[in-house]
Write a protein that binds this ligand. Structure first.
Ligand SMILES: [Zn+2]
Length: 127
């Protein structure tokens, strides 16, 4: 049971797939036709690996890590679309409001769960 209408789901899916394709082709252009590029894009190697960083001189590792994290988020959203779990909170199972998905199509948790999740790590704690 998905609370999103088929039309809403379709629009979100189109955005996710388009964003994923754009980001992947941007990264391919930036990194060049290295075997490494494909491995970075499919997540088999990490940009944090010093051996990887050595092969990518002139590539900002922080930005690369961010872009790859975004790509992972898009991949996982596309996987959830494929298996039908998209739009449902992975923390508590409630339907994620369409409003939230429209702002952040890769959201995999409802806002309360997301906030709870963000509170847990040591960094970025408020009060
Ligand atoms: Zn939740």
């Amino acid at each position: 049971m998905n609370p999103l209408s088929p039309h809403e789901l379709e629009a979100l899916a189109a955005r996710l797939h388009r964003h994923r394709a754009e980001l992947a082709s941007q990264l391919r252009l930036r990194l060049g036709p290295l075997p490494l590029t494909a491995q970075l894009l499919n997540g088999t190697i990490s940009p944090d690996d010093p051996a990887v960083a050595r092969q990518l001189p002139g590539c900002d590792p922080v930005r690369l890590a961010e872009d790859l994290a975004t790509l992972r988020g898009l991949d996982s959203a596309c996987a959830r679309l494929a298996d039908g779990s998209y739009g449902r909170c992975q923390g508590c199972g409630v339907a994620i409001p369409h409003e939230r998905l429209r702002v952040q199509p890769t959201a995999h948790m409802c806002l309360p769960c997301q906030q709870e999740h963000e509170r847990r790590p040591h960094r970025g704690k408020r009060n």
